[in-house]
Design a protein around this ligand. Structure first.
Ligand SMILES: NC(=O)c1ccc[n+]([C@@H]2O[C@H](COP(=O)([O-])OP(=O)(O)OC[C@H]3O[C@@H](n4cnc5c(N)ncnc54)[C@H](OP(=O)(O)O)[C@@H]3O)[C@@H](O)[C@H]2O)c1
Length: 223
């Protein structure tokens, strides 16, 4: 169904979006299914990860996907999949930006040969309320990022992307603006110094934008 939707014969990479099993929704009824049932509630299904991973492996055997991977999974679940995988996960796609640097998880992936892809590379779109009347700017407005960008004659967005790619992490920024798409593609061709990389990583505050707990409290997968 998804291949037909895209008009292609196979996927280069197919991911389990979240390690959460939801009740099946027939695509003719609603596509994409998203999180909610017709009643506006989340309906979970009792399907363990090993069954889902086996189904993913069948996609490879049937020639529908060349590579398979995970998204939004933590270390313990990745280690679980590695126990029974016929085809090991090739990629882990996670939220990753200087406010959520995820070093333990990226280190684990490196050791197991799993490529990491970052989403939400620019972090929050506006300033953050930290409580007690304190705020912090968005990463695109942050003075540390701005100073490093000026030093290299680059934009803050290019610095944020290079901070990831220079550490071996793939990026997939999206934009509806042609100029920003082009400029995001031009995030190579310069290197940040070790001090600059460390200064950017030092902004970490484990701030997560995308957490299904905000959809349904029982889905606290990062707890
Ligand atoms: N696995 C998951 O659970 C998951 C979750 C979220 C996203 N993703 C995927 O990750 C990819 C990226 O999506 P995202 O949601 O993370 O968005 P993003 O790449 O972080 O982009 C967020 C916003 O930043 C703006 N932007 C882009 N380039 C910019 C630049 N150079 N300067 C200033 N602003 C810029 C864009 O607005 P304009 O359009 O106005 O430029 C865009 O709406 C998508 O393919 C998405 O499907 C995956």
């Amino acid at each position: 169904m998804q291949l037909e939707h895209w008009g292609i014969e196979y996927f280069d990479l197919f991911l389990i979006h979240f390690p959460v099993s939801l009740q099946y929704v027939d695509p003719s009824h609603r596509y994409p299914a998203e999180w909610y049932g017709d009643d506006g509630k989340v309906h979970m299904e009792r399907v363990p990860m090993h069954e889902t991973w086996k189904a993913m492996e069948e996609l490879v055997d049937d020639g529908l996907a060349k590579n398979i991977g995970l998204s939004n999974c933590q270390g313990s679940l990745i280690l679980d999949v590695l126990q029974y995988a016929k085809y090991e996960p090739q990629v882990l796609q996670i939220e990753l930006h200087p406010y959520l640097t995820q070093e333990p998880l990226t280190n684990l992936c490196k050791l197991w040969g799993i490529a990491v892809t970052a989403y939400s590379s620019f972090g929050p779109q506006s300033y953050l309320e930290l409580g007690m009347g304190k705020t912090t700017p968005s990463l695109l407005q942050h003075s540390t990022i701005g100073a490093i960008a000026s030093a290299h004659g680059k934009t803050p967005a290019q610095v944020l992307l290079r901070w990831a790619t220079q550490r071996g992490i793939a990026v997939i920024p999206k934009s509806n603006d042609h100029g920003r798409l082009v400029s995001n593609l031009q995030c190579g061709g310069f290197d940040l110094t070790e001090e600059e990389l460390a200064a950017i990583s030092g902004l970490n505050m484990n701030y997560r934008l995308n957490d299904p707990v905000n959809i349904e409290p029982r889905l606290s997968i990062f707890a």
